[in-house]
Design a protein. Structure first.
Length: 116
RNA sequence: CGACCGGAUCGGACAGCCGCGGCUGCAGGCUGAAAAGCCGCAGGUGAGGAAAGUCCGGGCUUCAUAGGGCAAGGAUAACAGGUAACGCCUGCCGGGGGUGACCCUAGGACAAGUGCAACAGAGAUAUACCGCUGCAGCGGCUCGCCGCUGCAGCAAGGGUGAAAAGGUGGGGUAAGAGCCCACCCGGCCUAUGGUAACAUAGGUUUUACGAUGUAAACUCUAUCCGAAGCAACGCCGUGGAGAAGCAUAUGGUUUGCCCGACCGCUUCAUGGAGGCGGCUUGAUCCCGUGAGCGAUCACGGGACUAGAUAGAUGGCUGUCAAGACAGAACCCGGCUUAUAGAUCCAGUCGCAAC
RNA sequence: GGUACCGUAGCCAAGUGGUAAGGCACGAGUCUGCAAAACUCUGAUCCGCCAGUUCAAAUCUGGCCGGUACCU
């Protein structure tokens, strides 16, 4: 990925959870400017959603959604994505639609100038 | 053909595009004096039979410990073997189940001692309620029986219970009882077979074998066990706090000035942010030969086969199949639990045909 | 990843082998013009589940299931 890294430090997660996120039935999304020119993305899948195989599948899908749509995002943000229970049963297209809808709502997408 | 039984192996496949973690290589790019790091490219590699539960046993690390013994606490329990070790495995014995292949089995000692056995029942390790019988007395009459009272004998029958002093049959007796006899069961002794547990056969005479159950109750006997766990542990180390030395305010920082607040450098030890190591070559795997009923062992040849650190295997498309349980985190050997389906091997019973 | 503990009525819970105390709540009744308070009565069907030991298991043993706490 060109300008994105994985978000690892626990205190940054805690700082993001104090902001107001946006949500739908699939995921919750928290976002905050980090003052650099790279994005840091963290994914949280709770143990309530299932055993390890289910949690790994949800996490890998959420990571691929960001990877395949990286050009649409603005630079310089910390993003945390929390999976909800509908994300376990949703297919990939529904998950992508839900993710991008929340990113639009949070204002971290570039204006869609070359669409259509 | 149908119904079963035991064991072993596999447990989505192929193609295309986009991605991820280690490893190796590069006269590639950037930083750097170098070592090296980051990026890029190429090659090759990358989750399980249970990776799970954390129920046992080890390796490894730290702490404790001269060495040995006793005690305490815990674990295991027929016998023989296997193993680094085990509470695991194999064989075998005893017991139970199945027509059978076969399956299940914590299976030492209540005859060392102690405890417990509710309710019911006369009585729970001991007895005499109903009862059976003899003798004496009294009473009745149909005159050899009945009833009551007292003394004595009995443990067969009734009933209670999970359990009532071996079982069946006969003799015996006033009535009865292993009191005696025959057979059986159990205990003990001897012989034979077996490494052994044990099995089979014989004996059990004299005054004198017959004992309730429970040890997953305390206990006894035999054997074993130091404790904790990779978030262990080792190394580097920011800030803070500590010690020593140097410096010492007329200085410096905090907003240009005033007020106010704070204090520098070096070394040492400690060390909780963070980082690195531990981290994968091992009681390893595959093939063959031999020993053994088997678990397993010996020898020969070959292979190197994940090592992450918020945690790498994913997404999409097509064809087939539709199909489970499920994701390494220091590493091994077991056990237990979850698991759709497929293949192979050995075998049993029933029916039919030859 | 590791360690320790718990599970009994709707809730809080006692119960160390012999038919499961108590309190709150719910329901019914008495009282009251109607309520509240007070008083009386009611409920475990298998003590989380499955096996085993025992004459007998909430209790003892083993295995599962669910939950809680601690180690950073």
């Amino acid at each position: 990925m060109k300008f994105s890294k994985s978000l690892k430090l626990n205190h940054i997660f805690q700082r993001l959870y104090r902001t107001t996120g946006v949500a739908n039935g699939f995921v919750v999304l928290y976002a905050r400017k980090n003052g650099t020119d790279t994005n840091r993305v963290g994914i949280t899948v709770s143990k309530k959603l299932g055993h390890a195989v289910v949690r790994n599948r949800v996490r890998r899908r959420l990571r691929d959604v960001y990877r395949l749509n990286e050009e649409k995002f603005r630079k310089g943000w910390d993003i945390v994505v929390v999976a909800r229970s509908k994300a376990v049963t949703a297919d990939f297209q529904k998950l992508t639609a839900a993710y991008l809808q929340l990113a639009e709502k949070a204002g971290i997408l570039l204006p869609a100038r070359n669409e259509l």
